[in-house]
Write a protein that binds this ligand. Structure first.
Ligand code: 5RP
Length: 235
């Protein structure tokens, strides 16, 4: 499954491999999105095919659903599952309080819904994702396409009063066209450099009309599994 991996992929794989130890027979598992989460889905697929592990997976994106089916995991919707035992997902940044920035892959909305509907959320990451203060990675905010420029202006205005260092807001593009999420929305990336008060920022941004959800995950993650380039893992 792994072949010759680069150190970064080795780290992602190592974290994913360790995290699937938390998965038990009969569990309903939230399946995250991104390159690290893809390793976890492949590992779970191997356990299903080779060890007879019986799980039901709730994917957080169309691409994760496709991969999960390909590797043999039974896929169900969140509404069918109702509640999940565990979600395993990647992150763009995590801090010492296990607050996260997510959404680099554009799946933050489904990721947040699924993680929130889980008894436990495990984040898998390489060491580069660990930060003292969130914000070097641009904060993704999912907005509805209708009036998105007005929504952006309202976000610009709100940022003036918040404890952040940068204030540039850009529309995420996919070539020449705006990026479209699985829910048919756009993403605004907030280049904040340093987020002094993630909880306050999350609450303020989510109150702006047109904003669907932001990529700050506060008090949602329970455990971070960090993989290193030499294949070592810390939990
Ligand atoms: C997708 C995400 C991903 O988990 C995050 O972007 C990390 O991705 P990767 O594992 O590829 O570095 O939030 O919306």
């Amino acid at each position: 499954m792994t072949g010759e991996l680069s150190p970064i992929d080795k780290a992602k794989f190592a974290a994913a491999k360790r995290a699937v130890d938390f998965v038990e027979d009969g569990m309903r598992v939230g399946l995250g999105t991104g390159s690290t989460a893809a390793w976890m889905v492949r590992c779970l697929g191997e356990m299903v095919r080779e060890d007879g592990l019986k799980i039901k997976g709730v994917p957080t994106s169309v691409r994760t659903a496709e991969l999960a089916r390909q590797v043999g995991i039974e896929v169900i919707s969140l509404d069918e599952a109702k509640w999940l035992d565990l979600t395993i997902d990647g992150a763009d940044e995590f801090d010492a309080d296990l607050n996260l920035i997510k959404g680099g892959g554009g799946a933050l909305l489904q990721e947040k819904i699924v993680a929130t509907a889980s008894d436990q959320m495990i984040v898998i990451a390489d060491t580069a994702k660990e930060v003292a203060t969130l914000g070097a990675f641009p904060l993704p905010v999912e907005v509805i396409p209708f009036g998105w420029q007005t929504t952006r202006a309202l976000i610009d205005e709100a940022l003036i009063n918040l404890d952040v260092m940068g204030r540039e807001v850009t529309l995420r593009m996919n070539g020449e066209a705006p990026f479209v999420t699985d829910e048919g929305n756009h993403i605004l990336d907030l280049h904040l450099k340093r987020i002094g008060n993630p909880r306050q920022l999350s609450l303020v941004v989510n109150q702006i009309p047109g904003v669907v959800e932001n990529g700050l995950f506060i008090d949602i993650c329970d455990v971070v599994v960090v993989g290193h380039g030499d294949g070592k893992v810390e939990v």
